[in-house]
Design a protein around this ligand. Structure first.
Ligand code: AMP
Ligand code: MG
Length: 345
């Protein structure tokens, strides 16, 4: 398959897979951006989630169909399933999703769209892909950050990861309505940023900050996705002087890979102390940070185990860092007890 890129990055192993992942997240992220622009209007009620629902399904259908064409043997584990679209109440949504999918795959009919979405119902295997069609759905609705995240798992490791980030600018800073970037990483080869059109914006490297007091902490915008109280204690313990950066989605990992954030904590929310992280929320982001020179583990320092199913069931939370700050951060997490689930769970 030729994606018209001509290997300007010198990709070696997994070159075709990386070019496929770039192409897939670019198409999906552009479509999501169109949907955000067209469906999120002033008249929309704050509680109306229909734009994100349409974008989520359309993005998954488009990427799954591309994967079925390119790597028909590879399973896909993705967040959404067509069940609600197939129900009578889902008919209008399915019609809207199909119209958007047809912008990419002209021949799309509602039944095809459902089949493509359900291609994401795969199982872990020696080689498989995982997709979050829109990571950061709350950010999408707020008009903030969100990404399309796609990763290839091979022999138990993330081999390729790509993030389509419509609301990051070419400097990898949040700029709503900016040009958008794609960030891609290949195991053992590095991490790059590209424009949405596919031109290289250069290789990415994490920061060299080693003083915990200078660390720029990245965290979820949604307080329900973390533990704000414990994060405050962590910041105090580390003596950080900079206010934390609140941001939705794996765009946080893109920032860290570009050297614009140094520590990222995914702590257990007191509201959902049994929460298990999903593989599609971490696979692409983690290889992007690692290949930019950083480190990613769970809150106890264990590697993330991506092959147990849809969840990282053997891990607790996530810690990502520029590498140099990792041990200090792990020690701090341990000392305030943020590395454990609450008793009785
Ligand atoms: P973020 O934008 O960093 O807050 O992460 C968004 C992802 O967090 C979404 O894909 C959600 O599936 C996931 N999520 C949902 N509930 C929780 C929770 N209680 N703790 C951590 N992540 C969650
Ligand atoms: Mg997600």
């Amino acid at each position: 398959m030729d994606y018209g890129m001509g290997n300007p990055f010198g990709f070696k192993e997994y070159r075709e897979e990386a070019e496929f992942a770039i192409a897939a997240v670019r198409v999906a992220a552009k479509l999501c951006s169109e949907i955000q622009g067209e469906m999120i209007t002033q008249a929309l009620e704050k509680s109306d989630r229909s734009p994100v629902t349409v974008a989520d399904f359309a993005s998954q259908a488009v990427v799954a169909r591309l994967l079925m064409d390119t790597y028909p043997q590879d399973p896909l584990i993705a967040e959404e399933a067509s069940q609600t679209l197939r129900a009578t109440e889902g008919a209008k949504t399915l019609e809207a999703v199909t119209a958007y999918v047809a912008r990419i795959h002209e021949e799309a009919e509602p039944e095809d769209v459902c089949l493509w979405i359900d291609h994401g119902d795969g199982k872990t295997a020696d080689r498989f892909w995982t997709l979050d069609p829109i990571d950061g759905t709350k950010g999408f609705l707020r008009g903030d950050q969100y990404v399309t995240a796609l990763a290839l798992l091979d022999a138990g490791q993330v081999a390729v990861g790509a993030l389509g980030c419509p609301n990051l600018n070419h400097q990898i800073e949040p700029e709503i309505g900016g040009e958008g970037v794609v960030v891609v990483a290949i195991r053992g080869q590095g991490c790059w940023a590209l424009s949405m059109e596919g031109e290289s914006l250069g290789k990415l490297s994490v920061s060299t900050i080693s003083d915990p007091g200078q660390a720029r902490v990245l965290r979820s915008f949604e307080s329900g996705h973390t533990d704000s109280g414990k994060l405050e204690q962590i910041k105090e313990h580390l003596g950080t002087v900079h206010p934390p950066v609140l941001m939705d989605s794996q765009a946080k990992y893109a920032l860290m890979a570009a050297g614009k954030g140094d520590l990222l904590f995914r702590l257990l929310s007191p509201a959902q102390p049994g929460y298990v992280e999903k593989i599609w929320d971490q696979a692409a982001g983690s290889i992007i940070v690692e290949e930019a020179g950083g480190k990613v583990t769970d809150l106890r320092g264990s590697p993330l185990d991506f092959i147990l199913g849809r969840g990282l069931s053997e891990n607790i939370g996530v810690l990502a860092s520029n590498g140099r700050l990792h041990d200090d951060a792990l020690e701090t997490v341990r000392s305030i007890g943020a590395d454990r689930r609450m008793e009785g769970l």
